[in-house]
Ligand binder design. Structure first.
Ligand SMILES: *Cc1c(COP(=O)(O)O)cnc(C)c1O
Length: 404
């Protein structure tokens, strides 16, 4: 297509982010991507109503199956992650749901991290067992624990690294090699916290990557979305079931917003990292702060793994304070002028929220025995999750100082 970009010339990531999935529109000569909201498309020949019978027809038929703006985003994301194919969904959770439900059946076994984003944790704990999927929760930072959990019916190992909200890492390459050598079919990584700029899990031997596009990839806090990336044959099977039959697809409008956000991902990630390093060092030196968890700091228990595995440490960190978190959180809501006290993360503006352990343990994690001890040892009463935006680092530090 006229003005179309492909990465055969091995363009750098900054160029890929701007140009992949984009082209000069042949009809209008528009330089920026069009927003195509049409829910249906007029076929050039009489076509079947069943997606299962569309066969070789390449055009768009119905918006739930595929549509132009959504496809442009999928092409850009595939190029950013070095994937054969990408499918996007209405949210990060819709993407995780699509992958897990289309790959696992009753009687299959899933290995899941003991600490992840609450939504996926609750889905794995409360929903999957109702459908006969057995789930074992392990500390995926511990390779031996992963190995010990593998059974003959283990079909998938799920990783999330860095983990929300503890910032614990999993060694993606080592877990993928181990799982595959033991006959596990799928290794999937939720890489939302580092984005494709921080890590490209498919190149580390994984089969699938999941992102919440709501976070870094859109990056501006104004659109929700999710993505699954992987090999074409696996993804085609997943798409048929997940997009066509579960239906949690992304709106073209959100695809258009996320397409625009993703174009600046490499430079935004560099800015997030720069400010986060500054904020992390400031917090480490602050008398009110007990401990900071940021993979880019020497103090992170897995800093060596972080340096090996991550090309960018992103803007995500968590920290513990000496004084009770509730009181500080209340002051944050009152005093902060730059950082918003709010959930979500990866936006251009900084966001912070208090996550009390007691609340997490009650609502989400059914910790038993040494899992509880591991959590208390790592996190104590609770942690602040801080998503450092792209504002000036010194300004963010001065703002946080108001509440600490
Ligand atoms: C936010 C988040 C999700 C869920 O994404 P939504 O877009 O909010 O549905 C999944 N995984 C991680 C690590 C997240 O931070």
């Amino acid at each position: 297509m006229s003005g179309s970009f492909n990465d055969e010339n091995k363009a750098s990531i900054e160029t890929i982010a701007v140009h992949a999935g984009e082209y000069i529109d042949p009809a209008t000569r528009s330089s920026s991507p069009n927003l195509v909201m049409s829910a249906t498309f007029a076929p050039t020949a009489v076509a079947s109503f069943s997606a299962l019978e569309l066969g070789g027809y390449n055009g768009h038929v119905y918006g739930r199956v595929s549509s132009p703006t959504v496809q442009q985003l999928e092409e850009k994301l595939a190029a950013l992650d070095g994937a054969e194919t990408c499918r996007v969904f209405a949210s990060g959770i819709a993407a995780a749901h699509a992958l897990i439900m289309s790959r696992l059946s009753s009687g299959d076994h899933l290995i899941f991290p003991e600490v992840t984003y609450v939504g996926t944790a609750e889905f794995a704990r409360n929903t999957l067992p109702r459908f006969g999927v057995e789930v074992t929760f392990v500390d995926t930072a511990d390779l031996q624990a992963v190995e010990d959990a593998i059974r003959p019916n283990t079909k998938m190992v799920w990783l999330e690294t860095p983990a929300n909200p503890t910032m614990k890492l999993a060694d993606v390459e080592a877990v993928a090699a181990l799982a595959h050598s033991k006959g596990v079919r799928d290794v999937a990584v939720d890489a939302t916290f580092c984005s494709p700029i921080g890590m490209r899990p498919l190149e580390l031997g994984c089969d699938f990557v999941v992102h919440s596009l709501t976070k870094y990839i859109n990056g501006h806090g104004d659109a929700m979305g999710g993505a699954v990336l992987g090999r074409k044959d696996d993804m085609d099977k997943m798409s048929m079931e997940a997009t066509v039959h579960y239906g949690g697809i992304l709106s073209p409008f959100n695809a258009w917003l996320i397409l625009r956000g993703a174009a600046t991902l490499p430079m935004r990630m560099a800015a997030h990292e720069k400010s986060a390093l500054e904020v992390g060092r400031f917090l480490e030196g602050h008398p009110a702060v007990k401990r900071v968890f940021y993979p880019g700091l020497e103090s992170h228990p897995q800093h060596d793994l972080a340096k090996r595995q991550m090309k960018n440490f992103s803007g995500m960190m968590s920290f513990q304070t000496h004084e009770g978190g509730d009181a500080i959180a209340a002051r944050m809501i009152e005093e902060l002028k730059i950082v918003h006290y709010a959930v979500s993360l990866g936006h251009h503006r900084s966001l912070v929220c208090w996550i009390p352990s007691e609340q997490i343990l009650r609502s989400t994690y059914l910790f038993e025995g040494d899992a509880l001890a591991r959590w208390n040892d790592y996190v104590g009463d609770g942690i602040f999750r801080l998503s450092v935006g792209v504002e000036n680092g010194a300004d963010i530090c001065a703002d946080l100082a108001r509440a600490l």
